[in-house]
Every structure is written in C-alpha cells, then in structure tokens.
Ligand binder design. Sequence first.
Ligand SMILES: Nc1c(C(=O)O)ncn1[C@@H]1O[C@H](COP(=O)(O)O)[C@@H](O)[C@H]1O
Length: 155
Amino acid sequence: MGSKSDWATMEGAAEIMDALGVSYHVEVVSAHRTPVKLAEFAESAVDKGFKVIIGGAGGAAHLPGMVAAHTRLPVLGVPVQSKALNGMDSLLSIAQMPKGVAVGTLAIGTAGAFNAGLLACQILAITNAELANKIEAFRAKQTETVLANPDPREA
Ligand SMILES: Nc1c(C(=O)O)ncn1[C@@H]1O[C@H](COP(=O)(O)O)[C@@H](O)[C@H]1O
C-alpha cells in the first residue's frame, strides 16, 4: 500500500487471507514517495515467490499500475477512499490502465480490500485444492447466514 494511512482499509484483505490460512507480506511502497523501492519490489517479486500482488492506494493512485508495469504477476488494485474526492480519483486512476498493462480493479474502500484478498485466494486456489475447499466452505457459510435471517428488521 502507498501509505501507513491505507492500513485501516487494507487490513480487510489480511482478514480474509488469515481466515483462509493464506500467508502474505504487507509493506508500504509508493510510486511517488519511494519510486526506486517500488521498482525493485515489483521486479524481484517473482523470484521471491510471490504469486499475486494487491496494491492499495488513494488519490492519484499510480501504485498498482506502476507495480504491474514492473512484474508479470497478477496485480489487484484497491482504490482507497480519499478525503477530497471520496475515492473516485483512486478508482479511476487504478481502473483506467492503458491497453497492454493489466490491473484488476476492486471496489473503493474496505469491501474492495476484502474482495481483493478473497480474489487473490481464488487465484491461488486454481492450483490448490485445499484452499479451494476452504473458499467453498466460506461461501456456503455466507449463503447459510443470509438465508437463515432474511427479515431486514432483525439484527
Ligand atoms: N496513491 C499513493 C501512492 C502511489 O500511487 O504511489 N503513494 C501514496 N499514495 C497515497 O497517498 C494517500 C495519502 O497518504 P498519506 O496519508 O501518507 O498522506 C494514501 O492513500 C496513499 O495510498
């Protein structure tokens, strides 16, 4: 993520990866503030054994796109909600990548961060049957919870 201030949003990704037993690495890396570190991080990611990268950033959110420019690993971008423009700036700067360099864009804010973690796990589950079973179980439980309490007036 681009700043420590993004952690309150990005911890949603950690939450679901913890729940599914997937290990991850968390670090502040910024295209603007630490450009050399960002390039080194992304360029060494394959050799370090990373499989998927989640990039969360707010405002002029160039981080996910710049990471994607430096690695062939899938990059999932989370638009962090900004103060001035409520995250529309983050969303558009992550989503509107030029043809040829792909970033998967999630929703603005905490739901997007959670879903980025979930989607990363789903990508890993393509070649990991145990993880695939855990994701199926997570979804079945979620469905059960919603079906068990359909009255919107009840907590
Ligand atoms: N968008 C970027 C990048 C980048 O894209 O490289 N680096 C930091 N930031 C964002 O600046 C916002 C404010 O950061 P501070 O709270 O540190 O001032 C954060 O949401 C961060 O992701």
